[in-house]
Design a binder for this molecule. Structure first.
Ligand code: NAP
Length: 263
């Protein structure tokens, strides 16, 4: 079978550079382009981390000419929607790790993918431990409808709460009866003390240097509690999922949400 031709958007960043390296190292994939809106490189080899690589680098969406069939996106919340639209309009399957898109933007992209019959994936988390955490949390919520989500990330992260935390809350909300948690008369001495609210559930976002990506879901019931936790200690942990997605995504004709759809 022919190798999968891949373009990586956001290759200057932490995740994008890790993804570009993963594609280079994979015998079944060819890196045929990289894109980063604020980069000045004409070629990936100009970036010291990739010296010796001969791959065209782009910094303007409209200037991209490529025969890639997969677009890996690890950019920023304000760029990912236009990037994904560009990919779908050009018949390239987006594999999106960038978080922070609105529900409307995701719905728009799903419509476009259907119209163009192009497959794609938006994965709020490519880590297997995070995907399992979301599944386990959904299972636990059937018995423990009271939950609080604590997500912890490095302090450069732009959006909060994390896409994984929102997905976890959505999965819990799917299986429990609508519920407002806590004391209805509760007040906050300091605004924000109880975290963000999602369908009656609270989500807390921790930002600290040294962290990568971590999440805990705490459940409480009469006289007992359950805590589920996952840790991504290194960005390499996300690449197992990205690899799976890149290898399979061209077989699909719709834009899916969540790595579990491909596992
Ligand atoms: P980062 O280091 O800030 O990288 C983002 C890169 O995108 C930067 O090089 C940025 O350039 C570039 N960029 C900005 N605008 C762009 C545009 N219009 N087109 C292309 N590139 C553009 O961030 P990161 O830590 O790698 O994270 C990237 C995204 O991945 C975040 O949304 C994060 O939440 C998400 N993430 C997802 C997973 C997952 O498993 N799904 C895991 C970890 C992180 P400038 O620096 O010049 O702006």
């Amino acid at each position: 079978m022919a190798n999968v031709k891949v373009i990586v958007a956001g290759y200057k960043g932490r995740m994008g550079s890790t993804a570009a390296q993963m594609v280079i190292d994979n015998a079944d994939f060819d890196l045929v382009g990289v894109y980063d809106a604020r980069s000045k490189d004409q070629n990936l080899g100009e970036d010291a981390r990739f010296s010796g690589q001969d791959v065209p680098a782009f910094h303007d969406l409209t200037a991209i000419k490529t025969d890639a069939t997969v677009w890996i996106d690890f950019t920023i919340p304000t760029a990912v929607y236009e990037n994904a639209k560009f990919a779908l309009n050009n018949g390239i399957s987006p594999v999106i790790g960038t978080t922070g898109m609105t529900d409307e933007q995701v719905a728009d992209l799903q419509k476009l993918a259907k119209a163009k019959q192009v497959g794609g994936l938006i994965a709020p988390n490519f880590g297997i431990s995070a995907v399992l955490l979301m599944q386990f949390a959904q299972q636990a919520a059937k018995y423990f409808p009271d939950a609080e989500i604590i997500e912890m990330h490095h302090d450069d992260k732009i959006d909060s709460p994390s896409g994984t935390a929102i997905s976890t809350a959505r999965k819990i909300a799917e299986v429990r009866k609508p519920k407002q948690q806590g004391n209805p008369d509760a007040t906050e001495t300091l605004p924000g003390a109880r975290g963000a609210e999602y369908e009656g559930m609270r989500i807390h976002a921790v930002r600290l240097p040294g962290l990568v990506a971590h999440e805990e879901v705490m459940f409480g019931g009469p006289g007992e509690g359950l805590t589920i936790r996952q840790d991504s200690f290194d960005r390499i942990s996300f690449m197992t999922g990205v690899k799976v997605a890149v290898g399979k995504i061209n077989q699909y004709h719709e834009l899916m949400i969540g790595l579990e759809n491909l596992l």
